[in-house]
Design a protein around this ligand. Structure first.
Ligand code: PNS
Length: 165
């Protein structure tokens, strides 16, 4: 059984993420989309909300499941018998950091990182930019699934009502 993990923060999941997951699901027998729940970044959505959005987004893929992990990704891989990490590469600017992480992860456990080039239509897409555009009232409906767009609009409205940006 060839198993892979697609790790990320997914705050929130975008169409670019789904493209990478879809292609990983063609390459591997089983794919686990794993949400890193380490509290290192300023999140717009809780881990549970991110998980719900991901589950809805990948419901159409028979061999894809969603899970969360704390701590090291390599520990999660070792516990699950996963030997491949799939990462999307949008541009050369992604490469330096991703290569460093791939080499560090390979040094920690028996795991290979497989880089999948992002489809050109998503090469500019990042959750951080989606959040910024949505926060200032921009239209991100072409960049995220419809259910994620609804949640984004609701969260932005909530934050505004609370006096945030
Ligand atoms: O979507 P992101 O923010 O680029 O995802 C980054 C993530 C969660 C995949 C990465 O930070 C990660 O693997 N975190 C787990 C902690 C870990 O294993 N750190 C060592 C990396 S070499």
């Amino acid at each position: 059984m060839r198993r892979a993990v697609c790790p990320g923060s997914f705050d929130p999941v975008t169409n670019g993420h789904i493209d990478i997951v879809s292609r990983a699901s063609n390459l591997f027998d089983e794919v686990v989309v794993a949400i890193g729940v380490n509290a290192s970044k300023n999140r717009l959505f809780t881990a549970e909300e991110r998980m719900e959005m991901l589950r809805e987004s990948v419901a159409g893929f028979d061999n894809v499941t969603v899970d969360g992990f704390t701590g090291l990704l390599t520990t999660f891989c070792a516990e699950r018998g996963i030997h491949a990490i799939v990462k999307g590469l949008r541009a050369v600017s992604d490469f330096d950091y991703e290569l460093q992480m791939a080499q560090m992860n390979a040094s920690l456990t028996d795991v290979e990182t497989v880089f999948v080039p992002t489809s050109p239509e998503y090469s500019f897409l990042a959750s951080s930019l989606v959040k910024e555009v949505a926060t200032f009232g921009g239209d991100v409906s072409a960049l995220v699934p419809a259910h994620v767009n609804e949640r984004l609009r609701a969260r932005v409205a909530e934050r505004r009502a609370q006096g945030g940006s």
